[in-house]
Design a protein around this ligand. Structure first.
Ligand SMILES: [Zn+2]
Length: 530
């Protein structure tokens, strides 16, 4: 029988402690819903005692109707020298409206002596009283043994006593925390094994990634008997982050035969990861295992050739299993077969020998020579192929635009305005918009003008903007290449523009980006109709 591994996501608590990550209450609900939909079992949503935003979130929980996941409020054991009933943090945890609470206590003697500065005995009392308090109140308790692995290395007797204190007080889970993230897989395996031998309570594992080992450490703990994996969905967290659940889940489920999420949900893995990144306002690492944009991208001629013949020659699993897709990257080092594959995605009938194929390849070379690079901007390539073969009717035309640069205001923010005139089937629209810099102003003005004709454009926005100067030795004549990444919350796509003028290069990439969105939506509708 498949062994169930309980998935505990802490994106909204430990993840929110990552640099540059901050969630509004609305963002939190969006992520909760996405993780619930995927089939995550527990979602740690914050520390109600530590900040008012988290408190507000927990006050909204009453009405929550999640399909599967349980929400968890997080907090510490009671403060030293206090009665558990009088501890404000314990009270806010109790009032957080969750049936499950995660409470962390110290299990490393070094921390007890040097950080919270109390006796080992008092620390054990703090654990016992806090766990018993919540058990008496009818809560499910997840006890996080903070710094457990460092604790075992320093004073194993005491570290195990902290677990015993929690177990004797009725904890439902013992979570072993690799808080400083420096342990190695074998240590984690051996220590977890010892815990599993001594206690019959269910064990969880919580690893940080400071040594780049959080995923490996988590998997080793599962092999040693842990049945709950804690992490953050795309690895956010303090310092180098937490164990990345979007990597661990498919590793355990597809490779190791455990069940982490319902089998039929696995193809949602990639879109969930991208959605979490989107709500977090972070560009997902393209090289992230399983879910990254490059996870199944092939570039070298031999690799491409191999994958076309037998996908498994250079792929560890089929991308569709995790909802990702295979990509063949175009560049001078990739062969003709890569380009043909791309072309056939749009025009399946074209062959290697077709004159159109040769003509597209010639055009591609010409554009690459000018500085275009389609490897990271396949959508621009797709549009180029369609246009080149005369099979494309643009959705709109930019007739002209003007950018007015203003001095940055003292209060910050707006520094440019753009006025743009577009034409859609003979109808003109003129709009103006302000923005943080000229490209932002242009993007806003363009979309504002086009939303009149295409309301679906409200869903889309830019997520990344990269500029590269191509031949700096030519000083003012230098060309710039602009890569723009856009999203509509469902997909991410990249387009490219090249010019001697940065605004013009940006405009080319922006127009492609919008054209691609409109084309994609029409094709989706057409497919649904078929
Ligand atoms: Zn942590």
């Amino acid at each position: 029988m498949t062994k169930k591994i309980v998935v505990f996501d802490s994106t909204l608590r430990d993840g929110a402690q990552g640099e540059e990550i901050s969630y509004s209450v609305e963002d939190k609900w969006k992520i909760v819903e996405a993780l619930d939909e995927l089939g995550v079992d527990y979602i740690e949503a914050g520390n109600p005692g530590s900040n008012p935003k988290d408190l507000e979130f927990f006050h909204q929980i009453k009405e929550n109707k999640l399909k599967h996941a349980k929400l968890v409020a997080f907090g510490s054991t009671r403060r030293m020298g206090k009665q558990v009933e009088d501890d404000a943090n314990i009270q806010s945890l109790l009032n957080a409206n969750t049936s499950t609470v995660a409470i962390f206590g110290k299990s490393w003697d070094f921390h007890v002596k040097n950080v919270i500065k109390t006796s080992l005995k008092e620390n054990l009392e703090m654990i016992k009283e806090s766990v018993s308090f919540f058990k008496k109140k009818g809560k499910e308790v997840i006890f996080d043994a903070e710094h457990f692995f460092d604790g075992v290395k320093s004073n194993p007797k005491f570290a195990f006593e902290t677990l015993r204190a929690a177990v004797e007080s009725g904890t439902d889970w013992l979570v072993l925390c690799e808080t400083n993230g420096g342990a190695f897989p074998r240590e984690v395996y051996e220590i977890t094994k010892k815990v599993a031998k001594q206690f019959s309570v269910a064990i969880g594992i919580h690893c940080h990634n400071d040594g780049g080992m959080a995923v490996a450490n988590t998997i080793m703990a599962v092999e040693a008997g842990a049945t709950q994996i804690q992490g953050t969905f795309i690895g956010f967290g303090e310092r180098c982050g937490n164990a990345n659940l979007s990597t661990i889940i498919p590793n355990l489920q597809i490779k190791k035969g455990y069940e982490c999420i319902p089998v039929n949900q696995m193809p949602r893995l990639t879109s969930t990861a991208r959605y979490v990144a989107e709500v977090s306002n972070v560009a997902l690492d393209t090289r992230m295992p399983y879910v990254g944009k490059s996870a199944f991208a092939h570039k070298g001629g031999m690799h491409v050739d191999g994958v076309i013949k037998v996908a498994s020659s250079f792929e560890h699993l089929k991308p569709e299993k995790v909802g990702n897709e295979r990509r063949f990257l175009m560049s001078e080092i990739s062969g003709r077969s890569t380009i043909l594959k791309k072309i056939q995605k749009i025009f399946p009938k074209l062959q290697k020998e077709s004159p159109e194929t040769q003509s597209i390849i010639d055009r591609l070379k010409e554009l690459e020579h000018k500085g275009f690079q389609f490897e990271a901007a396949e959508c621009s390539f797709e549009l180029m192929v369609r246009k080149h073969l005369g099979k494309y009717k643009p959705f709109f035309q930019v007739e002209n635009f003007t950018i007015i640069d203003e001095q940055p205001l003292q209060k910050g923010g707006i520094s440019s305005s753009a006025i743009i005139k577009v034409n859609v089937d003979g109808k003109q629209e003129i709009t103006a918009a302000e923005g943080d810099g000229p490209v932002n102003a242009l993007d806003r003005a363009l979309r504002k003008a086009l939303e009149v004709f295409y309301p679906e454009l409200t869903e889309m926005h830019l997520t990344d903007f990269k500029v590269r100067v191509l031949n700096p030795e030519e000083a003012t004549a230098a060309r710039v290449r602009v890569l723009i990444e856009s999203t509509d919350g469902k997909d991410i796509w990249t387009t490219v523009g090249v010019s001697t003028d940065i605004i013009e290069a940006s405009c080319i990439a922006l127009v492609d980006s919008i054209e691609y969105k409109l084309l994609k939506d029409i094709e989706m509708k057409f497919k649904a109709f078929m």
